[in-house]
Design a protein around this ligand. Structure first.
Ligand code: ACM
Ligand code: ZN
Length: 621
């Protein structure tokens, strides 16, 4: 009897808990969508569909056990929806479909979404497309869905057809200057997936640490992965290392961890490009294996821990052991990374040591090379041949053009667009990542109002948004060689995961739209208000977000009757700009102001009542 009562008591508790669980969420009405990147076509219709805990999921021709379906239903369950999988489409259903007939306009990455009165249909030619469709669907849900429980979400009816402009939508992370662990790399990949970015360039080796386990050369990890800790000092002012000071800063990824991250990326349709720097940026290698430096180079290299310039450390170009070392490294790297590219660096290799080295000079004489750039080119082409033998292609920074480059190498243009333009004209594939648009280690706003970043640098959100990866290339044939672009996060000044996110966001949103959306649907004002909503979403999902720039800019408009008007614009929605035109009396800016040649427009920027910028003067010329 007592047992029976206990049983009834427990059953009641379970029923009450289930009732509370189902009913405790709020209802929310979505009145507009803010999707980044902006879809190619999107039409809203009158009417709505309500997503609720009773909405089912039909995975049609894909199958319930498919990894994409599992990923999608898993994400929905995180937000307390429980999309029971059903065997036939029914009313109040989220349908995930692979198209029976290949839709050529969508290609391999595109998708359609139809929010209909009785359900939602996401369809694509491939699982990759379906995954991107789901990322868009997530952005149609409330901005705070990661924090708040909703029982019902009322969505406006709409039809979306979407596909990308560029196939290479990359994001780079330097884990050498500062090491970021597995969980932070995964968080970076999540962010990339959310914004439909698909290439993760992993900068694994540099002067400040070697970050991947190599069995054949254990000192790369025992010595080359560790340095003295100066994270309590500004990067540019690091004290010298004390004698016998412990090496407590650093780390590396074991092969098992690399495999875990590669798989995690693959589930998100992200390819990983590992970068192994050749022949420069190698202090970590040379401290571990000093015999790989040039003969007669009496410098003692240590794993660096602050600014290191010029980067003189270089692998000897005349040493057979260096070539053996590099091929051995490739033998261990290649099996870890299934994607078809290996990045071999090639940037900023100062060749002073080569000029003094008898081995380097001997090699040049033997091969009939006329300068040291050609010696670097020879090394890179040798490694390229080696990795090609194992089915891989190389990517190198634009310096690989200097001594001559093979026809198959892909050039990553970082010193402006010039290298990329030259390479595309020669017929090489190109990835654009010019510093002035793509270096997210640069300040995103006036340095006086920001945590320390790369000195004398500024890449605002608006600047990123204005980037055109094929600017300066006029023929369709040359443009076809531009696979796309990427943003780079060098981490000299970035020593915490929080700072990495702060520098990446929201500029990653702009890069994603530049690379995915056609010019015809890219519109700054619209992006600016969408990005404000994304910042809310990102913060709710536990990401740190940069403040953006509060520096306004001015354009002059001319009316038909010849009058001049100053139009002021700014980056962060909600900024209030005050201005005066010489009388010192500040007024709130609301619309273009009539001005005359010679007038100076002076501005102040406020956000939430706080002064956010110095005064700027704009001359009307
Ligand atoms: C680079 O920024 N040195 C590629
Ligand atoms: Zn040498």
């Amino acid at each position: 009897m007592i047992k029976m009562r206990r049983y009834l008591y427990r059953a009641c508790l379970v029923a009450v808990a289930a009732f509370l669980f189902a009913s405790c969420g709020k209802k929310v009405v979505i009145d507009s969508y803010a999707i980044i990147p902006q879809p190619v076509k999107m039409e809203l219709e009158k009417g709505s569909f309500t997503l609720s805990s009773s909405t089912r999921c039909y995975a049609g021709n894909i199958g319930q056990n498919d990894p994409s379906v599992k990923y999608i239903s898993g994400r929905l369950r995180q937000w307390h929806f429980n999309p029971v999988l059903v065997g036939t489409p029914e009313a109040n259903c989220l349908q995930l479909l692979i198209n029976e007939n290949y839709d050529a306009e969508l290609g391999d990455e595109g998708y359609t979404i139809d929010v209909l009165k009785d359900g939602i249909v996401v369809a694509a030619n491939t699982e990759r497309g379906l995954f991107y469709g789901f990322q868009t669907l997530v952005q149609m849900l409330p901005e705070d869905i990661a924090e708040n429980r909703y029982s019902k979400i009322q969505l406006p009816l709409c039809h979306i057809k979407d596909y990308p402009q560029y196939s290479w939508r990359g994001s780079h992370l330097d884990v050498s200057r500062h090491f970021f662990g597995v969980s932070q790399v995964k968080k970076h990949l999540d962010l990339m997936a959310h914004y439909k970015m698909n290439k993760f360039h992993w900068h694994l080796t540099d002067d400040h640490g070697w970050r991947v386990e190599i069995a054949k050369y254990p000192l790369l990890n025992d010595i080359g992965s560790w340095r003295v800790d100066r994270d309590d000092q500004p990067w540019g002012e690091a004290d010298p290392a004390g004698e016998d000071e412990p090496r407590s800063n650093g780390g590396y990824y074991t092969k098992a961890e690399i495999e875990e991250i590669v798989n995690y990326a693959a589930e998100r349709f992200i390819d990983i490009v590992p970068e192994i720097e050749i022949p420069g940026h190698c202090c970590a290698v040379l401290e571990a294996y000093p015999e790989l430096a040039c003969e007669g180079d009496d410098t003692t290299y240590t794993v660096q821990f602050g600014p290191y310039w010029p980067p003189r450390a270089i692998l000897c170009g005349g040493s057979d052991s260096v070539m053996t070392f590099l091929k051995d490294i490739m033998d261990e790297i290649i099996p870890l990374f299934p994607y078809s590219y290996i990045h071999i660096g090639g940037d900023e290799a100062v060749k002073e040591n080569w000029q003094r080295c008898p081995r380097c000079k001997k090699r040049m004489k033997e091969l009939g090379l006329k300068d040291f750039e050609q010696l670097q080119s020879w090394m890179i082409v040798e490694i390229e041949k080696y990795v090609k033998g194992q089915g891989k292609n190389i990517i190198g920074w634009d310096e690989i053009l200097d001594g001559g480059v093979s026809a198959d190498a892909t050039v990553m243009s970082w010193q402006g667009m010039r290298g990329g333009i030259t390479a595309a004209r020669r017929g090489n594939d190109v990835i654009m990542t010019p510093m002035e648009y793509c270096y997210f280690n640069f300040y995103q706003a006036n340095a006086d109002f920001q945590p320390p970043a790369m000195p004398n640098s500024l890449v605002t959100l608006h600047k990123v948004y204005s980037f055109d990866p094929v600017a300066g290339l006029h023929s369709a044939e040359q443009r076809r060689h531009v696979l796309g672009a990427q943003c780079n996060l060098w981490t000299e000044y970035i020593n915490t995961p929080e700072m990495a996110e702060y520098m990446l966001l929201p500029r990653l949103c702009a890069m994603s739209e530049v690379l995915w959306s056609p010019q015809a649907v890219r519109q700054w004002e619209s992006f600016r208000s969408r990005v404000a909503r994304h910042c809310v979403r990102l913060v709710a999902s536990d990401y740190r977000v940069g403040t953006g720039s509060f520096q306004p800019w001015m354009t002059l408009l001319k009316s038909d009757d010849g009058r001049l008007y100053a139009k002021l614009e700014w980056e962060v929605e909600g900024t209030h700009i005050y201005y005066h035109t010489g009388d010192g009396h500040f007024r709130r800016y609301t619309e273009p102001v009539e001005v005359k040649k010679g007038t100076t427009v002076t501005t102040l920027s406020f956000y939430n009542g706080v002064l956010k910028e110095k005064a700027y003067d704009f001359e009307v010329k």
